[in-house]
Design a protein around this ligand. Structure first.
Ligand SMILES: Nc1ncnc2c1ncn2[C@@H]1O[C@H](COP(=O)(O)OP(=O)(O)OP(=O)(O)O)[C@@H](O)[C@H]1O
Ligand SMILES: [Mg+2]
Length: 259
């Protein structure tokens, strides 16, 4: 099945294949984990399936709320059909609590609640290490128009409001997350939609009671237990049943998401 498809792009965590119809692509979630601009690498069995299923869940809820996304449907445990978009070359980060690079750069203790949610933009360029940029840079270099920046910021705030509540309800604090947007061309129209993925690879999620990290920081910081943490997130979201282990070798599970 995989061998007959045309591969469009292989990234660090996902592979893109041509979709069945023009304007669609298939996103395949790999088990590969990378951090620190791919200086650190590992294969973590089961991660791709969990990310696909968690991302599917969140994108479906966002679509229901009227937030436009690229997501069409899951094809199987590891793959989803999405609309092909022209990716805006920015990573949009929303922060609620100080962590990671913000804590480091500004000397704020990790875990400090921020006075309000903060949106940051990073220029998507691995060679440059995804540098932080301002709206001035974005418009001067034509990476996005002022209207598109406005649209992305409004959507980012709505996504943050929804996800903060979603996770709070299952005992998890949404510390921060990264999203990507794309331009969707339909008839003579173009609009900005949410693209890529939302998963524990792209969020910081802390257990409210124990402060345990349930995200990719477990890999960045060599803490171990990454799959178990992602499973816990999926379990609390109701995506996987109690005790269920989404392994490749379990045929019963491989079938559940096929449609
Ligand atoms: N709907 C879409 N249409 C086209 N490209 C997409 C879409 N959704 C996501 N992408 C792009 O597909 C790639 C996904 O692969 P992956 O996340 O592994 O990339 P990556 O190694 O992280 O590289 P990048 O720095 O570009 O994100 C990303 O480049 C992402 O921007
Ligand atoms: Mg990526």
């Amino acid at each position: 099945m995989n061998s007959r498809r045309t591969r469009i792009y292989e990234g660090k965590a996902k592979i893109l294949y041509e979709g069945p119809e023009p304007g669609t692509i298939i996103v395949h979630f790999k088990d590969d984990a990378t951090a620190f601009n791919a200086q650190k690498k590992a294969v973590i069995e089961g991660k791709g399936v969990l990310n696909q299923r968690i991302s599917e869940f969140i994108f479906t809820r966002l679509n229901e709320l009227g937030i436009p996304t690229h997501f069409l449907r899951s094809l199987n445990m590891r793959e989803q059909l999405v609309r092909e978009v022209e990716i805006v070359p920015l990573e949009v980060v929303v922060r609620n609590v100080a962590a990671g690079s913000l804590a480091k750069r500004l000397g704020i203790d990790e875990g400090t609640q921020l006075p309000r949610s903060i949106i940051e933009f990073y220029y998507k360029n691995d060679q440059l290490g995804d540098p932080m940029v301002s709206e001035e840079h974005i418009t001067a270099f034509n990476w996005a128009s002022p209207q598109e920046i406005d649209d992305m910021m409004h959507m980012a705030i709505r996504i943050n409001d929804f996800m903060s509540g979603l996770f709070l309800g299952i005992g998890i604090k949404l510390v921060d997350f990264k999203i990507e947007f794309g331009r969707l061309y339909e008839n003579d129209m173009m609009r900005i939609v949410l693209a890529d993925e939302i998963s524990p690879d792209s969020c910081r999620l802390w257990d409210i009671k124990t402060q345990d990290k349930l995200d990719k920081d477990r890999f960045r910081r060599d803490m171990g237990g990454l799959v178990e943490a992602y499973q816990e997130v999926a379990r609390r979201l109701g995506i996987i049943a109690e005790g269920e282990k989404p392994e490749r070798s379990k045929p019963k599970l491989v079938k559940t998401d096929l449609n």
